[in-house]
Design a protein around this ligand. Sequence first.
Ligand SMILES: NC(=O)c1ccc[n+]([C@@H]2O[C@H](COP(=O)([O-])OP(=O)(O)OC[C@H]3O[C@@H](n4cnc5c(N)ncnc54)[C@H](OP(=O)(O)O)[C@@H]3O)[C@@H](O)[C@H]2O)c1
Length: 247
Amino acid sequence: MHKVKSILITGASSGIGEALALAYAKPGISLSLTGRNSERLAKVAKACEQYGATVATANIDVKDAEKLRSWILERDEAVPLDLVIANAGISNAGQSRTEEFDREIFNVNLFGVLNTIYPALSVMQKRQEGQIALISSMAAMYGFPRAPEYCASKAAVKSLGESLRNKVKKQGIKVSVVCPGFIKTPLTDVNKYGMPFLISATKAAKIIIKGLERNQGLIAFPWRMNSVLWLLRVLPHKLAQRIAAYI
Ligand SMILES: NC(=O)c1ccc[n+]([C@@H]2O[C@H](COP(=O)([O-])OP(=O)(O)OC[C@H]3O[C@@H](n4cnc5c(N)ncnc54)[C@H](OP(=O)(O)O)[C@@H]3O)[C@@H](O)[C@H]2O)c1
């Protein structure tokens, strides 16, 4: 199987993105990492370099489509990208709910993903090869009252990835949707509710990388969380809604 050598990750300054960068970091690997917090991003880059990877970083907000496009094209020109992981995302857990922030969730989680994958697809389509991973969430599997906008943004990303996978397959491009359950990161550290089947970001990164190596269309984990959400979807709607109200 063709091993990826040039990997671009958005949201690499923390959590799952950071864990993915560290897990991929080794000699012969080129990492293009982006995030907003320059201090944390530099720390991740330094650690990856210590593992032997070549690293380029840029502080870019994924909402800035033009800046992100230029950087992705620039990186592709320098080291043709084998794998692009659209990971940057936010949630409203722990935040006071305002309409502005709720809209921001779509801007980052959905439009930020589009801003990442459009330029990536454009260069991969020319080469007729490449791989794209979209980080969705288990929250895509059912709409929970605790986080309507987060669930909806992640459901859109899941649907986008599922559709794209078949659409670009003939062009030699692989697309995977990643749906993690609860992962211990700064994003979930603020949650004040119980998080069943919580796993570390390092473990999540291992599972994601294995799934991408196998070109799995849907990488949904942990399996116990996946099973609970599957059950919710096959239950009669009325009953599922009653259960979801307590989750
Ligand atoms: N943790 C979980 O349980 C869980 C479960 C399912 C899915 N996910 C998804 O996994 C992804 C990573 O989440 P995480 O848990 O690792 O959270 P995290 O630790 O908060 O990391 C989020 C990353 O996204 C970046 N980011 C956020 N907004 C951005 C923006 N506007 N422009 C550029 N970068 C931005 C952050 O960069 P800065 O910090 O530099 O701003 C950070 O690097 C998200 O898409 C999230 O929805 C997480």
